[in-house]
Write a protein that binds this ligand. Structure first.
Ligand code: ADP
Ligand code: MG
Length: 243
């Protein structure tokens, strides 16, 4: 359903991603693991053109975007199909929890303020944060802020949600509630691509695990294959180090 071919990204002389091919199936949770500095964040950012890929063809449904010819209109269409959850939440500090969710619905999707509000309230209720709708981010815990970040992505009703280490900025006490929400999305067959250092969580939630090293996909397979029977020495070394 999502097909990426020949994705490369150079920052000057630094080749960060090398001709990556990637397929993501509808309804699946794909987890990307790998050492720091290996290009995991850059890969996610290239998928919705937060970074302009040096080369890539990205296909989602009937939308085909080639990095060398991408128009503004195509990039906007691509962004509507891909929601992003950031490590540092990236909420608007001067907007309430509710407004953080409705903003994109109104501006990007062209929904009326009333419709956007109703949709946002439905999601807030489903994640147990109705009572925080009028709170500003500074009045929320890290876990609540990240759940609002995820609620914003849910509201967008994108094809895929891209998560870049969604729990790594959190104090340990807030990690659980964020992982619980992500588990729920996986159960609901929300298509997700998740970069995480939470190996236990990855094992449990992933339909497929991708191990990346130095800008390339080294191997991929079921969680059982990658964690219990890795084929490549680089994967083994990495897993020994993190376990
Ligand atoms: P990871 O998420 O796996 O830790 P990143 O994608 O953040 O890795 O970074 C991969 C490489 O790309 C690093 O060498 C990093 O310094 C470089 N890099 C990332 N973003 C930029 C940027 N905006 N400008 C220059 N170099 C960058
Ligand atoms: Mg990163």
């Amino acid at each position: 359903m999502i097909k990426v071919t020949n994705l490369s990204k150079h920052f000057g002389d630094n080749v960060v991603l090398r001709q990556i091919d990637l397929n993501i199936k509808e309804g699946e949770t794909t987890v990307i693991i790998g050492p720091s500095g290996t290009g995991k964040s850059t890969l996610l950012r290239c998928l919705n053109f937060l970074e302009q890929p040096t080369s890539a063809t990205i296909t989602i449904d009937d939308l085909v975007v080639d990095a060398s010819t991408a128009t503004k209109k195509q990039i906007t269409a691509l962004r509507k199909k891909t929601a992003f959850v950031f490590q540092n939440y990236a909420l608007f500090a001067n907007k309430t929890a509710l407004e953080n969710i409705t903003e994109g619905l109104i501006i990007v999707r062209g929904k009326s303020a009333e419709v956007a509000k109703q949709e946002a309230l439905t999601i807030l209720k489903s994640i147990g944060l109705t009572d925080k709708q009028d709170s500003y981010p500074s009045a929320l815990s890290g876990g609540q802020q990240q759940r609002i970040g995820i609620a914003r992505a849910m509201a967008a009703q994108s094809k895929v949600i891209l998560f870049d280490e969604p729990t790594s900025a959190l104090d340990p006490e807030w990690v659980g509630e964020v992982l619980t929400l992500m588990r729920r999305l996986a159960k609901q067959k929300q298509t997700m691509l998740i970069v995480t250092h939470e190996m236990q969580f990855a094992k449990e939630i992933a339909d497929r695990v991708i191990f990346m090293d130095q800008g390339q996909i080294v191997e991929q397979g079921s969680a059982d294959m990658i964690f219990n029977n890795p084929q490549d020495p680089r994967t083994r070394t990495f897993l020994q180090r993190v376990n």
